[in-house]
Design a protein around this ligand. Structure first.
Ligand code: ADP
Ligand code: MG
Length: 586
């Protein structure tokens, strides 16, 4: 064969081999273009794992009518003019290769209208050749549809994995971009079914709840670190607690200046931070955003732009490692393998318990219940209707470490049926059972020893049945060690002198009887904690002020197990924006 220059289309097809490896890489390029165009919402719709159809719509600035064809020319970009521009690059794209590559290996249609123009443009390109070009009415923004990907490159088509594998790659990709761009609304639809929807609220915690679910949120520790030397590097995001681990590194996501990168050295910085915390062969889950001055990083290393080179790689490595390590330590995780299995376990008593809530018809005086931020009731009332004259000092928690967050911040909207707290937060609406939530909070204070034993204004004498008295008598030391000063008082009678402060709202007779009854089904200590937290917690049917509710919710947000009460019943129901929209047929 004699030497010939390759045709433009063939050049583009060869280049496409580097840029578009699979459907997910097409989507990556199109989503990056949408983000570069300043989109506030990006909608991705996929059929057949991306082989049949990929459509990415955005509400970015769009392309000028006279430039649409140029956008599909090889090496055509609006993002850089000179090589120096790369040192200040703020956009994700700059190589001008994606659109031409994609169009050369598929049937691509673009419909776009620039914000400052009245009329839009539609262009259809088949295997790199313009098949159709027309003016068209369209909303500002850009829609690019890619059909029959790799139809003219059979070799590439052969290497595609099964549809479900490609679908998984696509979902993982959009998940990552949604986390890196929380102010952008993302939706992903696969074969007509919505797989991802984020609200674009700007909060990373929102997106995490939306894409990873509320259950996982509690295992994610906030990371915030800075390297103050030159170059200034900062890292923020979330990293998993010792309880959250995987068999591979695929759940560690790193973005550098908004660009998703895979850099084995930086991944190692995350993994290494877990040394002594995770067993060998287990890897953490993390989402970390690294910010660094653009002139400190070379992004032009690889056609897919998934690799970068740092001028001072060490500074970046250290900042990541330190940020992650600090997050783990702040959460109470110690560099000790045992700590990964010694977490607080709620729900170990199962559902078979005979515990019942204190009866609901107990008339509760409606006081402006001042539940402190620590979930306690500072103004105790005794025997349901006599108020203590003295204010009992509530420790302000000074000196105690702040517990890690296990729920995203929730804003209390109101109360329904004097029983449930309505709150709004990431990804929708939360309906909280006020009693269950408060009991969870108080229960954990008892477990953690985070409570004050408080003298009753006057010792109370309590008479039990002989069987109850026997049970209590046998455990009197345990009670005294756990915040309840109780002494035998002759016969089946006991004198109650002091209780954990949270239990001062209860009638000591009711409380002691309930504990004795409960001890038949479980250990004395469990019975004690369940009853004290149950009696101490606000009741269903009790009207609460906004501050009371917010205080309970604030504490719940930092409970070890915020989603269950001590008997494993749910404390809250979560309705995602999505579910609401579906219910309303929106
Ligand atoms: P690059 O992103 O590297 O510049 P591309 O081939 O991805 O190269 O895109 C070429 C050009 O087309 C971009 O520089 C941009 O001007 C324009 N473009 C592509 N997609 C969009 C979009 N969604 N909105 C606005 N402009 C776009
Ligand atoms: Mg691009």
């Amino acid at each position: 064969m004699s030497i010939q220059l390759l045709s433009d289309v063939l050049i583009a097809q060869i280049a496409a081999g580097e840029v578009v490896e699979r459907p997910a890489s097409v989507i990556k390029e199109l989503v990056e273009n949408a983000l570069d165009a300043g989109a506030g919402s990006v909608h991705v719709s996929v059929k057949g794992g991306g082989r049949t159809l990929i459509r990415v719509s955005d509400d970015g600035h769009g392309i000028m009518a006279e430039q649409v064809e140029l956008a599909f020319a090889r090496h055509a970009t609006s993002k850089i003019k000179a090589i120096d521009d790369l040192e200040r690059i703020m956009t994700l794209g700059f190589r001008g290769e994606a659109l031409s590559s994609i169009a050369s290996v598929s049937r691509t249609t673009i419909t776009t209208r620039h914000r400052e123009q009245q009329t839009g443009t539609q262009l259809r390109i088949e295997g790199g050749d313009v098949a159709h070009h027309q003016a068209i009415g369209a909303p500002a923004g850009t829609v690019i549809s890619v059909e029959n990907l790799f139809y003219n490159t059979p070799a590439r088509l052969k290497f595609l994995k099964t549809e479900s594998t490609e679908k998984r790659h696509i979902t993982a990709l959009i998940t990552r971009y949604a986390m890196a761009y929380p102010h952008v609304r993302f939706t992903l639809e696969q074969d007509g079914r919505e797989a991802i929807r984020t609200t674009g609220s700007g909060e990373l915690s929102d997106v995490i709840v939306q894409v990873l679910g509320l259950d996982n949120f509690k295992h994610l520790l906030p990371v915030e670190a800075q390297h103050v030397d030159v170059p200034q590097v900062s890292v923020r995001g979330y990293t998993g607690s010792a309880e959250l681990h995987r068999a591979d590194r695929n759940q560690i996501t790193l973005f550098v200046n908004g660009r998703w990168i895979s850099d084995s050295k930086l991944l190692y910085a995350v993994v290494q931070a877990y040394q002594g915390i995770l067993r060998d062969g287990r890897y953490p889950v993390a989402v970390l955003m690294v910010e660094i001055s653009p002139d400190e990083v070379d992004v032009n290393v690889h056609p897919t732009k998934a690799e970068v080179r740092f001028r001072d790689a060490n500074a970046v490595f250290k900042t990541i490692q330190r940020g992650v390590r600090e997050a783990i330590i702040a959460s109470g995780g110690r560099p000790d393998i045992r700590s990964s299995s010694s977490g607080h376990q709620a729900g170990e008593w199962g559902r078979s318990s005979g515990w019942r809530e204190p009866s609901r018809d107990v008339s509760q005086p409606e006081i402006g219940l001042q539940v402190g931020d620590d979930g306690r009731l500072p103004q105790p009332y005794i025997n349901r209707n006599t108020y203590s004259e003295e204010e009992i000092a509530v420790p302000d928690g000074a000196g105690q470490p702040i517990r890690p967050r296990t729920l995203p911040p929730l804003r209390v909207v109101g109360q329904v049926a004097a029983t449930y707290i309505i709150a709004e937060g990431p990804a929708g609406l939360y309906l909280i059972d006020q009693h269950a939530a408060h009991q969870r909070v108080l229960y954990e204070q008892l477990v953690d020893g985070d409570f004050e034993m408080t003298a009753l204004p006057a010792p109370q004498t309590v008479e039990l049945t002989p069987a109850q008295a026997r049970l209590i008598d046998a455990q009197i030391d345990l009670f005294n060690e756990n915040g309840c000063e109780i002494a035998p008082f002759g016969g089946h009678t006991f004198q109650v002198r002091a209780l954990p402060e949270m239990a001062l709202t209860a009638d000591p007779l009711d409380l002691l009887r309930a504990i004795a009854e409960d001890m038949r089904g479980r250990s004395a200590l469990e019975a004690l904690r369940l009853c004290i937290s149950g009696y101490g917690a606000v009741k269903a049917g009790q009207t609460l002020s906004q501050d009371d509710m917010q205080a309970i919710v604030r504490r719940l947000e930092r409970a070890h197990e915020p989603l269950k009460d001590p008997l494993d019943r749910p404390t809250l129901l979560h309705m995602t924006g999505d579910q609401l929209a579906r219910q309303f047929g929106r």
